[in-house]
Design a binder for this molecule. Sequence first.
Ligand code: GDP
Ligand code: MG
Ligand code: MG
Length: 250
Amino acid sequence: MIITVGLLGNPNVGKTSLFNKLVGARQYVANWPGVTVSRIEGATVFGDYTLHFVDLPGVYSLTATSVDEKVTRDYLIFSPPNVTVVIIDSMSPEQGIYLLLEAVELGLNVIAVFNAIDEAKKNGIKIDKNTLETYLRVPVVLTSAHTGEGIEELKEKIISVFKKQTRPLMLDYGKEIEEKIRSLEQCVTEQFNKRFMAVKIIEGDKFAHDFVKKECANEILNSISPDMKTEIPLVKYQYISNVVQLAIKR
Ligand code: GDP
Ligand code: MG
Ligand code: MG
């Protein structure tokens, strides 16, 4: 049985280093369709499974502006992997957790990897995995692409989350925005995760706007205020700040 696994993360968090540790020499490079962005893939056999990894271009969020970001966003939305491993820099995890929350909002089957744990240990940073798992509601693995710590555990967790997805975290954006999300959910075409698309429409993402149904009333779109737009990342960063305070001692 083949499990496809996307490696998602901000630039320079160790995606390619982990990818190399996971698949060794069994990798090949092609291009993503229509663009000159490298598509790096590789597989490894683990127990009864073949884990097929895709090393995705680094992104800060799932709102795409550059070609690289579009490649990653389109892959996750239009051909989601069985499991998405979100790689987070243990030394400064906030932006990585932000991306993780978006991946969860999109409905992806997610594992959180806190990488460069060797560096964190050297700097006396303590990461409480259980607290992270409690608040992020996804399996968490602490890894080092340099020492190899956590690599085998990551493979095990990929298989267990493939067999049984965890109940996803759903952030509450407050009464006004939640009502807006409910009406916008009726506006997006069927094939997408409705809540994710509704949130992206409020954030002003052009991509999401392109999938609004023709018959959707303009007044719904026109009643999105600039405050709502900024409130969404604020709620995410407030949640992240609480999680980091509880789980990471620096
Ligand atoms: P990518 O841009 O996410 O693919 O990141 P890379 O794999 O290219 O790594 C970026 C930099 O971080 C490189 O200098 C790596 O050697 C370093 N790096 C990656 N993983 C680790 C790790 O686990 N520990 C430490 N100390 N450095 C790492
Ligand atoms: Mg890089
Ligand atoms: Mg890379």
